[in-house]
Write a protein that binds this ligand. Structure first.
Ligand SMILES: [Fe+2]
Length: 244
């Protein structure tokens, strides 16, 4: 059976279907596809023959960006920027670092990591003109969601399984504040762009990743003993138009 051809046809049919859906229905379809992609990647589909599994994964991963408007097609890996961010000053980074430490006691467990929200400095920096103009120049019109979370992976075995994010973090700036190595293999961020090898990222303190978290499946591998990771995550929505 020609799975590759069937995958292409199905991606096309699903994309066409999505144009007839309401926004809420499209969200549901997106959610189903992202759950399916996460399930296949997490190894919950071991009994399904490999070619069919690959085809199912390809269909979900290739359909997701098509359901979402904006500049996604310009970034086939989902990555918009990776490195030391020109839009964050040293003062911004140290203010975020300090606030992240202060908010650790307020962080709540979410799945297999800890999250602190409502921090004022993080929110202000996520709305700063430097950050917003960088995003607009690179991906076109965006809307900040005013969501800025501190993330903590600072106990052994913390991490997050393959998933795509919800609307509030469609476009995500993820900045590493601290990664203290443990005794075992370092936890890493892995992106799974469709039809390509997985991308393994080791963000260093002060480095940022900007990516389309709503359309590229991603995960963080588990922390080992003594390892501690602190990140800050800013959320944005894209508004459809690209900046050509
Ligand atoms: Fe995520």
């Amino acid at each position: 059976m020609a799975y590759a051809e069937e995958t292409s046809a199905l991606v096309q049919r699903l994309s066409e279907l999505s144009t007839d859906l309401t926004a809420a229905e499209r969200e549901n379809l997106k959610f189903l596809l992202s759950m399916a992609a996460g399930g296949v990647l997490s190894g919950h589909a071991q009994k399904i023959p490999e070619p069919l599994r690959r085809s199912a994964l390809g269909t979900t991963q290739r359909t997701l960006p098509k359901l979402l408007a904006g500049a996604r097609e310009k970034f086939p890996t989902g990555i918009v920027y990776y490195g030391l961010a020109p839009f964050l000053s040293d003062a911004d980074l140290s203010a975020l670092d300090e606030e992240s430490r202060a908010f650790r006691p307020a962080a709540e467990r979410f799945m297999d990591h800890y999250v602190a929200s409502g921090a004022p400095t993080a929110r202000d920096i996520s709305l700063s003109p430097m950050v917003l103009s960088f995003l607009t120049e690179n991906v076109g019109e965006i809307a900040p969601t005013r969501r800025a979370n501190y993330l903590y992976y600072d106990e052994p075995g913390l991490g997050i399984d393959p998933h795509v994010d919800k609307d509030e973090f469609s476009l995500n700036i993820l900045t590493m504040l601290e990664h203290r190595a443990g005794s075992g293999q370092r936890s890493e961020l892995i992106l799974h762009p469709p039809g390509q090898d997985a991308i393994h990222l080791h963000l260093k303190a002060g480095e940022s990743l900007i990516f389309f978290a709503d359309s590229v499946t991603h995960q963080r591998t588990r922390t080992t003993a003594d390892e501690a990771i602190r990140l800050v995550s800013f959320g944005y929505r894209t508004l459809g138009g690209t900046h050509e």
